[in-house]
Ligand binder design. Sequence first.
Ligand code: FE
Ligand code: CA
Length: 553
Amino acid sequence: MTPVKNAAKVEPMLPSRAKLAGPPPRSGQAATTRRQLLTSSALFAAGLLTPRYGALASRGNPFTLGVACGDPSPDGFVLWTRLALEPLAPDGLGGMQAPVPVAWELAADDAMRQVVRRGTVEAVAPSAHAVHVELAGLEPNRPYWYRFTALGEQSAIGRARTAPAPGDRLDRLRFAFASCSNWQLGYFSAYRHMVEEQPDLVVFLGDYIYESTISATSAAAAHIVRKHDGPTATDLVGYRNRYALYRTDPDLQALHAAAPCLVTWDDHEVENDYANQWSQDMRVTPEEFLRRRAAAYRAYYEHMPLRPRALVQAQTVRLYGRARFGDLVTFSMLDGRQYRSKQPCEVPPSRRGHVARDSCSERRDPQRTLLGEEQEQWLLEGFQRADTAWNILAQGQLVAQLRQKDYSGEVGYWTDAWDGYPAARQRLLEAIAQSRLANPVFIGGDIHSFWVTDLKANFDEPRSPTVATELVGTSITSDPPPYGLIAKVLPENPHVRYFESRHRGYVTVDLTHQRMAARLRIISDRQDPNATVSTLKQFIVTSGVAGATEASD
Ligand code: FE
Ligand code: CA
């Protein structure tokens, strides 16, 4: 499809921008930031409304993909932007060719008057004119604001934040987590409402883009509200333009500008249900698939506020790591795709997730791994030294066992999530129990539905101790699993405290030393660019007690 059609599809979103100004800001500073955001969004939107992206190029604003801040530490973070005069240029280079100097400024105030750091980096075509500025030596536990200038134009002003020093008391952290935003199936209203909640931190848990383009003949085609930029992404150009398309979304841009983020991926950043070097299509050789994966990983790095050291080599990105916020919480960001064993009991020619019968003994093979040996060891060693009040394990998928039925009514387990790797899950939960890790809470996505579960020492024994709490967020827009089918198997899974697949949304968490309050937030309609938001349920985790309980207020 052409950029012209794309621009037309974005138009209905414009009235919704005004809503950003709606809720009362926490402070005067926030109000100014928000105004700045609005101004740049409006300019950007105006650009999109020109008849062609070429017209945008003649105006010359290269900040069509927004700005972002990531990986906050006590003394710094990463600032990101990518220059693109023509975001969907067919060569994947965003209408850019020559190297462009990009000036960046970091300020102590939201009006960018007290600039505390500044510098210039060069944006070059081999990295698609993406810029990653890694800052260190800043003051802990405070907000900063940043802005880029290039080709005589300024970016939006983004809000950054350093973490408190490791031993420092932090009373409260508010964060939101999100997963599964399929451009084709809805507007990103959920992201817009996340901005309004002014989180200190946003955690993206995967399926940030969808590589696959819904074919016109499939059943899902009836749900398409806006089209992808092209066919299913399989090479560097395809992945770059897919990220560029998603990043033109004003709600997603506003979210990145509003708060720093931590990120991990799931499968759709590369290919549905891939595992390590294995495509879901068994006919694709690992060699062929690794070429595709390398392109996808590179495009991911280019579009995320990751530290340059994350780009280990051309082929891999080291995504897993820890982010600590004072004495309150440590996030272990986990990579559940890059190092895993392939799914068990595959059904040729497909390796994709399916309900494998209990008789599939490969599933229980203790040699099989989801995190890979090195990451698993790193994670487990970290448990020994952990000393924050809460420990959040952020990863892509449902961790709890879900005993379900295959098409013939026999008991089985989904092979693509942790149920496909029960020995690895057991090792992890046992290590948590043995190390007496304080307040372990898993957060996840992938399954396009809300889940609140008790992670059990032994899932087949309901009276066995609850080792950790699990919260899974629903999708931003992606299609849900059938409610009735899952509701039917819940009685066989008493460790599931809550399940709901009929709403799109996200989760906001208000964390103090005493308790975690998680609000399951839902939007009114993914197809409505002006969708409203409400709270479906609130769950509380009390410090010292594994498992969440529904709040009555
Ligand atoms: Fe998804
Ligand atoms: Ca997924």
